[in-house]
Ligand binder design. Structure first.
Ligand code: AQP
Length: 332
């Protein structure tokens, strides 16, 4: 079975709709057809300041949400990144292979470091994409299911895998991004020209899956559309409406064409009211399931421990090969 790997940060507490539709939803589907490794990337989270107690709680919360979304530990390997020390170890090797210039070209670093103010970003934030390279290569992943914003990091992963293989001999699988066109980028509900994001979106533009369902309904109903009245998928001229149609279509499994036909001649209000209902139906059981997993932290922790053990078996083997290829003297 081909292998997939992906990760999500435990930073914001609740996942947002972009995380779910852009990434996690695909993870759930791929666990049936692929040898799937999914992790909560706590080492990535600390590239920006975190409160230690909150980070710990959010790491469990992220795992609980992944299970609530449908990940099944019998069908995938679910773990916490820091439980597998090989990630940091391979990242060092990759740091020594990556060029300063190529790392400097990562747009996410440019955006995120700008937010921290000149000179304040950590070195960890700068090398974040290189840690991501290690995350992926450790598992010899064939595909990486992510949102569009991660495409550049997957390209870097491919470049470094090829560079390593070229220099030291065939070692790493060169991975491909797995990005579904329809949901590659879910947009902010208040500003459909930017992606929905925990750091850039205003609270009204961001759908947190763990929000009170009535808050979610309100946000959907006050989504920005346009001054036209036609409900049609047209990302160029109608980005707000198109985003709502994408969300609606993905959550219900109905095609955009079917939705356009259903809403022909209807007002934007009708679309928003119905989508609000669809959203509430989705988030209500999601919240309840997340809470169930949180209510039993011992089971959750032991499930993560088992996941880490399975992940480590694969990661340790890859790391040993990489160390050997590079010429590090094995400890006797
Ligand atoms: N708006 C989005 N549309 C589609 N996919 C998205 N992803 C994030 N936003 C969207 C995908 O979610 C996965 C997890 O991403 P992450 O761990 O990087 O999450 P994040 O950084 O918490 O997401 P944000 O909101 O994008 O954070 P900031 O604002 O800090 O940049 C990834 O596969 C990502 O592509």
């Amino acid at each position: 079975r081909p292998r997939v790997l992906s990760g999500i940060q435990p930073t914001a507490g609740s996942f947002h709709l972009g995380n779910y539709l852009g990434a996690v939803r695909q993870w759930v589907a791929l666990q049936e057809s692929h040898d799937a490794f999914y992790m909560v990337v706590d080492l990535h989270a600390i590239t920006v300041p975190q409160d230690p107690a909150e980070l710990r709680a959010n790491t469990r919360l992220a795992a609980a949400q992944l299970l609530a979304a449908g990940l099944d530990p019998e069908h995938c390997t679910l773990f916490v990144q820091s439980h597998v020390p090989e990630h940091a170890q391979l990242a060092w090797i990759m740091n020594c292979l990556a060029g300063f210039g190529e790392a400097s070209r990562m747009t996410q670093f440019k955006d995120k470091s700008a937010k921290q103010g000149a000179g304040n970003a950590t070195v960890g934030l700068f090398t974040y994409p290189i840690l991501q390279v290690a995350d992926i290569l450790l598992y010899q992943a064939h595909q990486v299911p992510v949102g569009e914003d991660q495409r550049q990091h997957i390209e870097l992963t491919r470049d470094l895998a090829e560079r390593f293989n070229g220099r030291f001999g065939e070692t790493f699988t060169v991975p491909a991004p797995y990005i579904l066109k329809e949901t590659a980028k879910i947009y902010d509900l208040q500003d459909p020209s930017i992606k929905m994001s925990k750091s850039a979106s205003t609270p009204k533009g961001l759908i947190n899956l763990l929000d009170e369902p009535k808050t979610t309904a309100k946000k959907v109903k006050s989504a920005v559309t346009d001054t036209d009245t036609v409900i049609k998928y047209d990302t160029e001229n109608k980005p707000g409406v198109s985003n709502l149609l994408t969300i609606y279509s993905t959550l219900t499994g109905r095609t955009i064409a079917a939705l356009e036909a259903e809403y022909e001649g209807k007002m934007y209000g009708a679309l928003k009211t119905d989508l609000a209902e669809v959203m509430v139906e989705f988030v209500t059981p999601f919240r309840a399931r997340t809470q169930q997993y949180l209510d039993d932290p011992e089971t959750l922790d032991s499930l993560l421990a088992k996941g880490a053990e399975k992940a480590r078996a694969v990661a340790a083997e890859t790391l040993a090969t990489a160390y050997d290829k590079v010429g590090l003297l094995p400890a006797k």
